[in-house]
Design a binder for this molecule. Structure first.
Ligand SMILES: *Cc1c(COP(=O)(O)O)cnc(C)c1O
Length: 463
């Protein structure tokens, strides 16, 4: 399979090159040249999760990876998950279901993509005899999921920057208690935006970038979207027949994976966007104008975002793959913080998508209501999705699948406030408060951070 940039100025790449590049050289995002067809979804109903995932991802990879090797990687990616269904469906009544995506090693849905992407990375690099340095900034779940996925992989060194004192203790410990020589945690004396600016500056430093062979596994990487499409297909196969999804999203990454699942054949009738107070996507669905506001902190921090990067992929499809038009809109957005789409494209989008936003009070109320009505404990992100599902559901006769993106124990304060009960960590993480932490505190200073990374890599190279 070949991959095209949504901005049309970068050359088409094969799967592994698109995987390792992440962002295209013209600033665009990669999409497959053509959409494969899944075939009969019902036939997947009794397969284990990893077999469904293999059916979904194999056509996007094509002949570049040996079929047996790919099957093994996909099987191993999900072998350590703590539920036999990997992505279990829990009925909530009234035709609603929770799709629980917190059964991976770091308890968020990001494991479902990154456990596979880590293996794909390592395989591609080993085959090429190359090494890369993965650098990323995190405000929460991405950092720990990337660290777990890449720990002990021989061809990758990982440096994750987090804002010192500004991530929850569980989230910090999930990163800093991983005892692997290739994992380096940097606590920056600054905010999440400072961390992101440092990462951007390191990627923009051409000499540093080339010298260290910098790479990223952030949510614009096509392979993550592809891997996420599998849990939509798996839910569709098990429920049988038409269905709808509600997805708490900020970056438009996860819900775009739902669009991909539908594009390749899953019978998805409706996709509902759940926003917190950072509601750029919900305002867009209402008005057709994508307009950036300031980010406000909420109880669902993984969605405290005002630039929904992955929306560019849907725009490319809505505009008939007109890359020049996408590039112009993105340019305008960068300069003015705003762009608009035409009425026809908006109508096409609204035929499938709906959206609703929820504030923190509403989030706590939904956590309590779901707990009291069903006994299920949900995290604040999941609550935002459920509220949107209930506000925008079109057809009560088809199942509504609400995506549970994180385990409630990752956000114990909000959940305890809402339900009166503190959610317990699963056994795999029960001793996280007793494990030793490893992290380096650095000032918000590009030269110091670069110096630290060079030094760490030199020590490793010498050993
Ligand atoms: C990352 C994340 C999200 C948002 O994902 P998008 O890529 O914006 O769709 C939602 N919930 C949790 C718990 C997350 O970690």
């Amino acid at each position: 399979m070949r991959y095209l940039s949504t901005r049309g100025k970068a050359r088409a790449l094969g799967f592994e090159d698109a995987l390792l590049a992440g962002l295209a050289e013209d600033g665009g995002l990669y999409l497959p040249e053509s959409w494969p067809a899944l075939g009969e979804v019902a036939q997947l109903a009794s397969m284990p999760y990893h077999e469904v995932a293999l059916r979904v991802v194999a056509p996007f990879i094509g002949a570049e990876i040996d079929a047996g090797v790919l099957a093994r990687m996909v099987r191993e990616a999900y072998a350590g998950f703590d539920h036999p269904d990997v992505a279990p469906l829990r009925p909530l009544g009234n035709g609603e279901y929770l799709l629980e995506l917190f059964h991976g090693p770091t308890l968020s849905f990001k494991d479902y993509a990154l456990q596979l992407v880590g293996r794909l990375f390592d395989h591609a690099l080993a085959r090429r005899g190359e090494r890369v340095t993965v650098i990323g900034a995190t405000s929460g779940d991405t950092g720990s999921a990337a660290i777990e996925a890449l720990r002990d992989r021989p061809s990758v060194d990982v440096f994750i920057l987090h804002p010192r004192g500004r991530v929850s203790e569980v989230q910090r410990r999930q990163m800093t208690t991983v005892a692997a020589r290739n994992i380096h945690n940097i606590a920056v004396e600054g905010t999440f935006d400072d961390c992101q600016d440092l990462v951007k500056a390191m990627f923009a430093d051409a000499r540093f970038r080339a010298e260290l062979r910098l790479s990223a596994v952030n949510s614009i990487n096509w392979a993550r979207v592809m891997a996420q499409a599998a849990f939509y297909v798996s839910a569709a196969a098990r429920l049988g027949g038409r269905l709808a999804f509600a997805v708490p999203t900020g970056n438009f990454g996860n819900i775009f994976a739902g669009w991909v699942a539908r594009r390749i054949g899953a019978p998805i009738e409706q996709l509902i966007i759940g926003s917190n107070r950072n509601d750029i996507l919900t305002r867009f669905v209402e008005t057709g104008v994508m307009q950036m506001h300031d980010v406000v902190p909420t109880l669902s921090p993984a969605m405290d975002i005002q630039v929904s990067s992955n929306f560019e992929r849907l725009l490319f499809e809505l505009w008939g793959r007109d890359a020049a038009r996408v590039a112009a809109a993105m340019d305008q957005f960068r300069k003015s913080g705003e762009y608009a789409v035409d009425a026809k494209s908006l109508a096409t989008m609204r035929a499938l998508f709906d959206a609703a936003a929820l504030d923190d009070e509403g989030t706590k109320r939904v956590i309590r209501e779901v707990f009291e009505a069903t006994g299920a404990t949900i995290d604040p992100h999941t609550a935002v999705g459920i509220a949107a599902a209930r506000a925008r559901r079109r057809d009560k006769s088809i199942p509504m699948v609400c995506i549970a993106t994180a385990h409630p124990a990752k956000f114990p304060e909000a959940v305890e406030e809402a339900t009166g009960k503190r959610p317990a960590l699963p056994p795999s993480l029960a001793d996280i408060f007793d494990r030793p932490e490893r992290l380096s505190v650095l000032p918000n200073d590009l030269a110091k951070v670069q110096g630290f990374i060079r030094e760490r890599l030199a020590v490793r190279g010498a050993a």
